[in-house]
Design a protein around this ligand. Structure first.
Ligand SMILES: Cc1cc2nc3c(=O)[nH]c(=O)nc-3n(C[C@H](O)[C@H](O)[C@H](O)COP(=O)(O)O)c2cc1C
Length: 185
């Protein structure tokens, strides 16, 4: 790993005004010096098909390449029906195959999420952590970023407006950078 740290951000929502996409944009604005966050857009990714896993559609090849070249990952996800949205799980499944060639292997990661409710994506986040055990990823434990009551913290375009939340995201990004450096040393 070079001194520069590359983080790949992936959101679990396709909405143009997605607050979770907004979380990634906010994270990209508060990165420490020498760190960059690139956001990967899952729009257009087809459903996983094991028959295609060795020669997948171009967007899947792009995802795998971006994940492999990233030093760390940030997932920003809504909670759908108490779990990880299919969109995000689908991308994780594509990235994990063929068996033994997972792009996620050994990657440090932070999980963030925003929702209108009080549970603030906690169930989806722990669902995602469970997959990370099998993927042999290294999720950051703390600080957790669970943003409830998102209607009051983002504008109509999905941009973060709440400064306390912005500070919290900055702390989590800094902790992810430290965690990434620790794991690579
Ligand atoms: C199919 C569906 C299921 C949902 N299930 C939950 C849920 O289980 N828990 C929750 O807190 N919010 C739930 N929501 C609300 C989303 O968390 C909320 O719409 C969130 O802000 C969407 O994120 P986004 O702004 O990034 O698109 C659900 C929304 C949809 C569309």
């Amino acid at each position: 790993m070079s001194d520069k740290i590359k983080i790949l951000g992936i959101a679990g929502s396709l909405r143009k005004a997605s607050t979770n996409r907004g979380v990634l944009r906010a994270a990209a604005e508060v990165v420490p010096e020498g760190v960059e966050i690139e956001i990967f857009d899952l729009d257009g990714m087809p459903l996983f098909n094991e028959e295609l896993e060795s020669d997948p559609p171009q967007i899947v090849k792009d995802l795998r390449e971006k994940v492999r070249s990233a030093d760390a990952i940030i997932f920003a996800t809504p909670e759908y029906n108490y779990g990880v949205p299919g969109l995000l799980k689908n991308a994780i499944d594509w990235g994990s195959r063929p068996y033994g060639q997972s792009a996620w292997e050994g990657k440090p990661a932070a999980i963030m999420g925003a929702s209108g409710g009080n549970i603030a994506t906690a169930r989806a986040q722990y669902d995602l952590r469970k997959s990370m055990v099998f993927l042999n990823m290294f999720p950051l434990n703390k600080p957790e970023v669970m943003i409830g009551g998102s209607r009051d913290k983002f504008d109509a375009a999905g941009n973060l407006t709440d400064e306390t939340t912005r500070d919290h995201i900055a702390k989590a990004v800094a902790a992810l950078v430290e965690w990434t450096r620790k794991l690579s040393s």
